[in-house]
Design a protein. Structure first.
Length: 556
């Protein structure tokens, strides 16, 4: 696609990163951490920071080894550096996504043979994909993993593209260290994108490549030192971790989604991945159909096959599916989109421009009407929230009417950036307004403080609620009554202190500690009204009120 108005592409890249960062930073703490994934990572990071144990992650006082520790370390670092708020834990994922945008630009320079205009366009496309924007505002492993996979892929490609006679080993080492850090983020799945990129590189005729050297062995050892370090420390402490990591959290997670309640049909990503990349995915799919496989050419066939289709097939075969798991395919999507649209005339691009403008206007217009329409869906949104999407609509119109750029491609790119900024500005206040219905418990914590109940013990009936622990900065007591989410893995606990934070209501021997707790006039939280068979838990709790989905029982 043609360039934006005359200016250094690097300056345009920095401007893109700056405006995205400002849009992300605005109202970043407008809503609390949400269940389940974000709240889990935030609370584990908080407990790690307060407890000082950086090797054994804990969730609500019980050891939790579902993921390697790098995300927890970064979350704890964010809390330590920027304060104990939801915005603090989101800041580092935002920076990780901005690094991805810069890496897509760098990859574009390699793939587009130093064409800075197209590399910049690829960065714009990637940075405005809805799935990428979502990943920046959702504290999970996925933003960090995608950054490290992208860094590893870029470094390994850069190693092979470095001309003979110039030092290239540093790129090889950087690639393997990034891959090692990926293993510390999410295990073996970190190798998917780098492996696909390297395979595509070696199977493409005429691609530059370097011969084997001793640096490969050294880099591999460095990867093992970085990537396996935490695993080896835990295995040395307890050999049972070998089976736990290799089978329960690698094979079982991939093959049996019921293990973690993430079962989705095989076509899940075939639908969600294009939706998460709208409207660029519509342009890409249309242009792919027009171009055909042969029309792509030998240079771009491997990108489509190895960077997009094979990883998409790999993740589709997994029984465990979440949208952000396929984040690594989207750099390839962005590069292909720029290549195929760059082959089209201004007349074709103008049709896409009109379609994009119509879609963006409908989305922002719909958000303007949310204070009215949301009432029918049980959403209470203040009228002032509509000012943000309304401002986005006005900026879109002013950009269209008063910017005298005649070329369509720059207008299309700027249009998408403006819409993304407006969407980010509009969505965050809305999330703050509907947090109580969006699986967040910060409103519950605030209400308990208003009632002067914040220092009483909190019992949570049959729900795992780390978001409340994060909001209150102390641990509640979970009451297990059949919810699988509360079947915690306590086999690695050294003693029985974990019973202070988890009581099995279905085990009479385990409920003996309830008496002393109930005598301390606790607060009892239940999602919906407490079942009739558990009404004895309300002894002495003579008041109750509703907040979103939660029933709050307490005594005065």
């Amino acid at each position: 696609m043609p360039a934006l108005p005359p200016m250094s592409s690097r300056l345009w890249l920095w401007l893109l990163l700056a405006v995205l960062f400002g849009a992300f930073l605005l109202n970043l703490n407008a809503w609390g951490v949400l269940e389940s994934s974000e709240a889990r990572y935030a609370e584990i990071g908080r407990e790690m920071l307060t407890g000082g144990d950086w090797l054994h992650p804990r969730l609500l006082g019980i050891q939790h080894f579902h993921k390697p520790p790098l995300t927890y370390w970064l979350t704890a670092a964010g809390l330590g550096l920027f304060g104990g708020t939801a915005g603090a834990v989101r800041l580092l994922p935002v920076l990780a996504v901005l690094a991805q945008v810069a890496l897509v630009y760098a990859l574009g320079l390699l793939i587009f043979a130093r064409d800075r205009r197209r590399a910049l366009a690829a960065a714009v496309v990637y940075g405005t994909l809805p799935v990428v924007l979502i990943s920046a505002l959702n504290v999970t492993t996925d933003a960090y993993l995608a950054t490290l996979e992208l860094l590893a892929a870029y470094a390994l490609l850069r190693y092979h593209h470095t001309p003979a006679g110039r030092p290239a080993a540093r790129w090889l080492y950087l690639g393997w260290v990034a891959l090692g850090l990926g293993f510390l983020t999410k295990g073996p799945v970190a190798a998917v994108l780098p492996a696909m990129v390297v395979i595509g590189q070696h199977l493409t005729k005429g691609s530059p490549r370097r011969a084997w050297s001793w640096h490969h062995l050294t880099a591999g050892l460095l990867f093992a030192l970085v990537g396996l370090s935490w695993y080896l420390v835990l295995v040395a402490d307890n050999p049972a971790f070998v089976r736990y990591f290799l089978f329960e959290h690698t094979v079982e997670r991939f093959a049996n989604a019921a293990t973690f309640n993430r079962a989705k049909p095989w076509w899940f990503y075939l639908v969600l991945a294009p939706l998460g990349a709208l409207p660029w995915s519509a342009a890409l799919l249309t242009e792919l159909v027009r171009t055909g496989w042969r029309g792509l050419g030998r240079r771009w066939q491997p990108v489509l096959l190895w960077w997009v289709l094979v990883p998409l097939l790999f993740f589709s075969l997994s029984k465990s599916k979440l949208l952000l798991y396929v984040l690594p395919i989207f750099p390839g999507v962005a590069l292909l989109t720029v290549e195929l649209l760059g082959r089209r005339t201004d007349a074709v691009l103008l049709r896409w421009y009109v379609g994009f403008m119509a879609l963006f206007g409908l989305v922002l217009g719909g958000l303007c009407l949310l204070p009215l329409l949301g009432v029918g869906y049980g959403l209470s949104v203040a009228p002032w929230v509509a000012l943000w999407p309304a401002a986005g609509v006005l900026v879109l119109l002013f950009t269209h009417m008063f910017w005298d750029e005649v070329r369509v491609a720059p207008r299309l790119l700027v249009l998408t950036v403006v819409f993304s900024l407006g969407l980010l500005a509009a969505a965050k206040p809305i999330l703050g307004q509907i947090e109580a219905r969006a699986n967040g418990s910060r409103p519950v914590a605030q209400r308990l403080k208003e009632l002067n109940l914040q220092d009483r013990p909190v019992l949570v009936y049959n729900e795992l609620l780390p978001s409340l622990a994060f909001a209150q900065r102390r641990l509640p007591v979970s009451l297990y009554d059949g919810n699988q989410a509360l079947q915690r893995e306590t086999q690695f606990e050294a003693d029985g202190r974990w019973h202070q934070h988890l009581i099995n209501l279905q085990d009479a021997a385990d409920t003996t500690v309830l008496g002393p707790l109930l005598r301390r006039r606790p607060v009892l939280l239940s999602k919906g009204e407490l079942p009739a068979g558990r009404r004895h838990l309300l002894r002495g709790l003579n008041r109750h009120e509703h907040l979103g989905r939660w029933w709050i029982y307490y005594a005065r």
